[in-house]
Design a protein around this ligand. Structure first.
Ligand code: HEM
Length: 407
């Protein structure tokens, strides 16, 4: 086998010219019932396809012409536009993945596609986070030179970020009050109080129905635990058995970590503090599996147990992709937190601790969103109670999660 430059006509970079079958012809024959004959198709140009003239004519902000504004302001506008384009793609991918999980049953063979969508969203968001570095080439004085004309516009009015949050499932009660507005929708009204197009689009997104979080909850709720499905008359008792076995295993793992921590304690006060930490942790793990009715009761308990089950037994073939999905969601949410924190640090560097153009406390508000906005809380919570694989209780029916499980 000759190695080197890939040869035209071969899709295998390791094949030599002589090995390539001569059957491929170029250009391909596009004449068919449904395809436009090659001869009638106008040659495509880059400028038409990318709409380059339209695109590069959009960076003048409030001015008649781009020539009237500084490079700093063009940068400011362009960076925001780049973000909005990425947000657009994020929304598309999230909707596609969410819709898969709204189906009943969720097609297992499509889970890898959903994982790919989530991976793409995370990658885009990571790039968005890097973009803040470009904004930081703007000094405080550079920004102050044109900042006053922005009032009261601000990123809070980015309807696409609000749509992303809604599609993901950020609960309204978890939102941080912005300032004087009554709800985040009010900030999307036109200056005369009428609904803006942005506001209408956000309302349409709210009307789309189940969010990603709700769809994932429903999917987890239906997940068979230790081979017993939700419809099985034994499902509640079997769930109790699984959780009781698991919590015993957790207690014993936690006890051994506690002994090690106590052996390293620096004096009796430190030991007391460590005892308290471990006892609080055990209490919160038990409370996690006894949610009150207002927190979802038995349904929420099963959802949490299912997430834990999938993570704990992820080597079983039928659990491998579901586990990838849960992990991708945590990774995505983690990236969102990093994105929000990065934005806050960039803002602090450029405007310090002054109030935002939109009327919030500025960086203090942004930091609160980074700390508080969590959507997949249960997926994060089960990280606290996972245990080593060898310590996990044996399953009654592991064969159920083989490639060919009995119906
Ligand atoms: C000089 C650059 C920037 C500064 C100083 C800045 C500062 C701020 C501040 C203070 C807020 C809080 C709202 C307010 O009272 O104004 C905010 C919100 C926001 N900004 Fe920026 N920002 C900058 C650039 C950007 C860029 C490039 C993006 C990219 C899209 C962005 C996206 C957002 C979003 C989405 C919010 C709403 C956050 C939320 O409510 O969760 N900002 N920004």
């Amino acid at each position: 086998m000759a190695y080197g430059v890939a040869l035209q006509g071969s899709i295998d970079p390791g094949r030599s010219e002589k090995e390539v079958e001569p059957s491929l012809s170029w250009p391909p024959d596009l004449r068919g019932d449904t395809l436009t004959p090659v001869t009638e198709q106008k040659p495509t140009t880059y400028w038409d396809y990318i709409q380059i003239e339209e695109l590069t004519a959009l960076q003048s902000g409030l001015a008649e012409s781009e020539d009237e504004i500084s490079n700093d302001e063009v940068l400011f506008i362009t960076v925001h536009q780049v973000f909005e384009l990425w947000f657009k793609l994020i929304l598309r991918e999230l909707r596609t993945a969410r819709d898969l999980f709204r189906k009943e049953p969720v097609a297992e063979q499509e889970l890898s596609g959903a994982a790919r969508s989530l991976e793409r969203v995370t990658t885009i968001l990571r790039r968005c986070t890097d973009h803040f570095e470009v904004v930081e080439t703007l000094t405080t004085r550079d920004y102050l030179a044109f900042r006053n004309k922005l009032f009261p516009a601000n990123g809070f009015q980015s309807r696409q970020l609000r749509q992303i949050e809604i599609v993901m499932g950020l609960a309204d009660e978890d939102r941080i009050p912005f300032g004087s507005e009554r709800g985040f929708l009010a900030a999307l009204k036109e200056p005369d109080g009428t609904p803006s197009t942005s506001m209408q689009k956000v309302c349409n997104t709210q009307a789309e129905g189940a969010s990603f979080r709700e769809a994932i909850d429903e999917w987890l709720y239906r997940t068979p635990i230790d081979g017993v499905s939700l419809e099985d008359p034994d499902s509640a008792a079997s769930l109790d058995r699984f959780l009781s076995k698991f919590l015993d295993a957790y207690d014993s793992e936690s006890a051994s970590s506690r002994s090690i921590a106590l052996a390293n304690a620096k004096g009796s006060a430190d030991a007391e503090r460590i005892e308290e930490l471990y006892s609080d942790e055990r209490a919160s793990v038990r409370a996690f599996f006894s949610p009150s009715e207002s927190k979802g009761g038995a349904r929420r308990r099963r959802i949490r147990a299912a997430a834990l089950f999938v993570e704990t037994y992820r080597e079983l073939p039928l659990l491998a992709w579901p586990r990838e999905i849960l992990d991708s969601l945590v990774e995505l949410e983690q990236q969102f937190v990093v994105f929000r924190q990065r934005h806050a640090r960039m803002a602090e560097r450029v405007i310090g601790r002054r109030a935002g153009t939109g009327g919030t406390s500025g960086v203090a508000y942004l930091d609160k969103t980074a700390l508080k906005y969590r959507i997949f809380r249960d997926l994060w919570a089960i990280r606290t109670l996972q245990i080593r694989r060898e310590a996990a209780p044996e399953l009654d029916k592991p064969e159920y999660y083989g490639f060919l499980h009995p119906e």
